[in-house]
Design a protein around this ligand. Structure first.
Ligand code: E4P
Length: 217
């Protein structure tokens, strides 16, 4: 499973990138707002830092304007994936931009039918939002499983990018189902290293080591 980091914070991306944990980055207008940075500048910095796809989202609502914004975003770097919303206009923009050879991430997907349309429009990535479905008491993982089945039934090569991941269990479940990629905030990726039995075991080892009076260095 490839890991994308869902943030526009350069320091957080760099820390995870140094550990080899970053296969790409996703941003959205809310994350750009939180960063306090100019979208073109910060996206360029992220693209220079990371080898994999960096999603940058259009903000127009109408297809022609989305296409124009997408082309401008794609000029930032070769690893830009233009992010468009899963609306009819977004699908039109996806078809044109993917036809021009740009990577396209179709975002705000909440149903299997939406995912089917995105694949037919040539999306490189489909982003089903797990956490936001869970927020309204709908099982986001069922959506990931449905999309996996449908894409495999027909051999679509659109990659499933499990998004709106809020917990470490979301990562495990999405990986078990076979999502191609997951995008999560840096804190969730770091929390994947935590286990209380690791802490307890390490504590016991350190106490016993102290009793030996030995040193390695
Ligand atoms: C994905 O591309 C989105 O930026 C993100 O995963 C949304 O997550 P949220 O629902 O926690 O805001």
């Amino acid at each position: 499973m490839r890991f994308f980091v869902d943030t526009a914070e350069i320091d957080a991306i760099a820390e995870l990138n140094d550990l080899g944990m970053v296969d790409g980055v996703t941003t959205n207008p809310s994350l750009i707002m939180k960063s306090g940075r100019d979208i073109l500048e910060v996206t360029k910095e992220i693209c220079d830092l990371v080898d994999g796809p960096v999603s940058a989202e259009v903000v127009a609502m109408e297809a022609d304007a989305m296409i124009a914004e997408g082309r401008k975003l794609a000029e930032i770097a070769e690893n830009i994936a233009v992010k468009v919303p899963l609306t009819w206009d977004g699908l039109k923009a996806c078809k044109v931009l993917s036809g021009e050879g740009h990577m396209v991430n179709v975002t705000l997907c909440f149903s299997a039918n939406q995912a089917l349309l995105a694949a037919k429009a040539g999306a490189t990535f489909i982003s089903p939002f797990i956490g936001r479905l869970d927020d309204i008491n709908i099982d986001g993982m069922e959506l990931i499983a449905d999309i996996r089945t449908i894409y495999d039934n027909y051999g679509f090569d659109t990659q499933i990018l499990a998004a709106s991941i809020r917990t470490v269990n979301h990562v495990t479940e999405a990986a078990r189902i076979g999502a191609d990629v997951m995008t999560a905030p840096p804190a969730v990726i770091k929390a994947m290293a935590n286990h209380p039995l690791t802490d307890k075991g390490l504590d016991a080892f350190m106490k016993d080591w102290a009793k030996t009076g030995q040193k390695i260095l």
